[in-house]
Write a new protein. Structure first.
Lengths: 404, 285
């Protein structure tokens, strides 16, 4: 697949002449339209059998690009060429109707995705087996949970024999076991030599599956290359939100770097899996490349929903850090008991410097391995299992009610 | 996009279009059929009485008009043999046209989730609406024939014309459906405008009044309406010689060319407009 200098402009009318009356009353007045360039001269190539990730912030043109590739939008200039059968869809579960049963929906969806109705019915059992929804075949889709919905949709997609698949943000839902199944399926497709382009915000997926990845920012291609590097750049763009951070991430001259972030259990050993409620230690190692006065190191934990569950920093220390010499390394550690709900937690470490009234970010990274918290013997129900004690007292029979 | 290219041969991805490429022909039919049958199924099984409602609408209208024009005002039905059948055929055909066209107005917009998410020939959408209306028409025609037999008219050779007469009706509906569904994306007032036009057409078409009861000078104009010719010919085919055929009603074979020309122009215009709008429909929604 090749894309050459693909551009796409949307007309964004200020006041859309949506009614004939306006059109008739003001035939000459061109409605003021603003040109929005969703894609500007994007060129890239994807080799056959490649797993290609497309990342970028919201509104950076990822989905537009995918729609152009799929032929849903026409391009304004440039050309897209594809060898082989291209999947015509970009999202899972297109055409699902909540009032129909799973059986009917699978057939509809499969035909939408390019199978013939006969073929769709023939593969029906495989689809259901994959989705593990055999018992709910004749249930109307509106009674499905969102997770079941996605499972069904993913299962249909797997059956479609497109040589080039385009996927826009999947796998957001579904329980852990099914996610694992999807990953396995991805690996299988990868091994089969299918070409897959997928858009995602999950850098861990990019690094895990993609052979190469591409970063888009404001409709322009920023970088194509190694998944790890692209993921790192993405995090910089996303969190740094400025050219300064972008430049610092690419260039060598970062004054200080986060060298490592890891977790230690009660035994002091490095680990990526812990039990809820266990005593743990979170550590950040930084390396100064230049002399640096009083850096502020912040450590955050974000859960899968990207919610910051915990954050602390070195300004809580008893005494200031003072000056770090060029080449000096330092370690920031946090001791706590992990009262967070079971799940995956991504550590994000930031090094900042006090610059006037604000803090200037020198380095920020979310690229270190996540921590998996598993349920202990007593699993707290909430996002955070606050330290607590429970009591229960019998108060005797209430006076108004007659005793049973 | 499913063009049968040899492996490793790069094929240019074209944007969306009304009809899709040559390789899409099968998919085009599958999708149209699927959308139409699904819609039909939903209406059939979606409510407790299902098909009864599909039938109830034309029959209620029939009941009301029949009562009004045979008991209260009699000018429309005077001298018309088999007036109930005459009325019913008109209502069933017009209802089908109304269902296909009014249903197509919002069709593309209502299918937004498909249009914006998958690449498929856009023409599928209005065609599916017409096809669904076609299914209903078939069932309603069965009811018409039940009435016909009940009123003592035996089978006739002219009944064989019935499917042929339905062809121009479906073609005309399709033309209007393409036009309306494409225009509605840009001009939302097509909705109310078509409501009013449809109402006007209902009164302007000889449905509850007989062609023979129209004053001569008006008759020539009224019968230029393609629906009038189609309905009149259908009555002639089903009821028999008591009703003039389209040619006699219009006046001459030459004059019949005008409604035919109107159908052709509407279809061509609808196709042209839809074809022109199709590539940008996903963005303009």
């Amino acid at each position: 697949m090749t894309a050459e200098q693909v551009s796409k402009t949307f007309r964004l009318p200020h006041e859309r002449t949506h009614t004939l009356k306006e059109r008739v009353l003001h035939p000459r007045r061109r409605s003021g339209t603003e040109q929005f360039q969703a894609l500007q001269d994007v060129s890239f190539e994807v080799a056959s059998g490649e797993f290609f990730g497309i990342v970028g912030r919201n509104g950076s043109g990822k989905s537009t690009l995918l729609k152009c590739l799929a032929g849903i939008y026409g391009v304004d200039s440039g050309e897209i060429r594809v060898a082989g059968r291209l999947s015509p869809f970009i999202e899972l579960g297109v055409g699902f109707n909540p009032d129909l049963t799973a059986r009917e929906n699978v057939v509809i969806n499969a035909v939408m995705l390019g199978l013939s109705p006969v073929e769709a019915r023939r593969r029906f059992d495989e689809v259901l087996a994959f989705a593990e929804l055999e018992e709910f075949v004749d249930l109307k889709l509106k009674n499905y949970s969102s997770g079941m919905h996605v499972r069904l949709a993913f299962a249909v997609m797997v059956q479609v024999e497109a040589e080039v698949l385009l996927i826009d943000e999947v796998l957001a839902v579904g329980d852990l076991a099914f996610q694992q199944k999807c990953y396995d399926e991805f690996e299988r497709m990868q091994a089969e030599g299918r070409t897959i382009l997928f858009v995602t915000h999950a850098m861990s997926l990019v690094e895990r599956f993609c052979h190469r990845a591409m970063l888009l920012e404001r409709g322009k291609l920023v970088s194509v290359g190694e998944p790890h590097e692209v993921a790192q750049l993405y995090n910089e763009v996303n969190f740094g939100r400025g050219q300064k951070a972008l430049a610092a991430a690419v260039g060598e001259g970062a004054p200080v770097e986060v060298a490592d972030v890891w977790f230690e259990g009660a035994d002091g050993g490095r680990t990526e899996t812990m039990v809820q409620g266990a005593d743990a230690r979170l550590l950040v190692e930084i390396r100064a490349n230049v002399d640096l006065d009083d850096p502020i190191v912040t450590l955050e934990l974000k859960n899968e929903a990207d919610i910051r569950m915990f954050s602390t920093n070195t300004s809580w220390l008893d005494r200031p850090i003072g000056r770090l010499r060029a080449g000096e390394r330092a370690r920031f550690s946090v001791n706590l008991s992990l009262s967070l709900a079971p799940g995956r937690y991504t550590p994000i470490a930031t090094v900042q410097r006090q610059a006037g009234g604000t803090r200037e970010t020198l380095d920020r990274t979310a690229n270190f391995p996540a921590l998996l918290i598993e349920g202990g013997e007593r699993v707290g129900g909430g996002l955070v299992d606050l330290p607590h004690e429970v009591e229960f007292e019998r108060l005797g029979a209430a006076q108004e009610t007659t005793p049973r | 996009m499913s063009a049968q290219a040899a492996p490793n041969e790069l094929v240019v991805v074209r944007g969306p279009s009304a009809l899709g490429g040559a390789g899409d022909v099968r998919r085009f039919f599958h999708l149209t059929w699927l959308l139409a049958t699904t819609e039909f199924k939903l209406r059939f099984f979606g409510s407790a009485l299902g098909y009864v409602w599909q039938l109830a609408r034309p029959l209620m209208l029939f009941g009301v008009l029949y009562a009004v024009f045979t008991q209260i005002v009699k000018f429309g039905s005077e001298g018309v043999p088999h007036y109930p059948l005459y009325l019913l055929i008109g209502i069933v055909l017009f209802t089908s046209f109304g269902e296909a066209t009014a249903g197509s107005v919002q069709a593309v917009v209502l299918r937004e989730n498909l249009v914006r998410k998958i690449q498929f020939p856009r023409m599928v959408i209005p065609l599916a609406v017409v096809l669904t209306a076609g299914f209903n028409l078939m069932l309603n025609m069965v009811v018409v024939f039940v009435f016909v037999l009940a009123s003592g008219i035996g089978p006739q050779w002219t009944w064989l014309e019935v499917p042929l007469i339905l062809v121009p009706l479906v073609v005309f509906s399709t033309g209007v459906a393409m036009l309306l569904s494409a225009l509605y994306v840009r001009y939302r007032d097509i909705g109310p405008i078509w409501d009013v036009l449809l109402q006007m057409l209902f009164y302007g078409t000889p449905i509850f009044y007989a062609v023979s009861n129209i004053p001569d000078n008006l008759r020539k104009i009224v019968l230029l309406n393609p629906l009038a010719s189609i309905i009149e010919q259908m009555r002639h085919a089903i009821i028999g010689d008591g009703v003039p055929n389209a040619v006699d009603a219009v006046g001459s074979t030459a004059r019949l060319l005008i409604p035919i020309a109107i159908v052709i122009v509407v279809v061509a215009l609808g196709f042209w407009v839809f074809n022109r709008e199709a590539p940008r429909v996903a963005e303009d929604l």
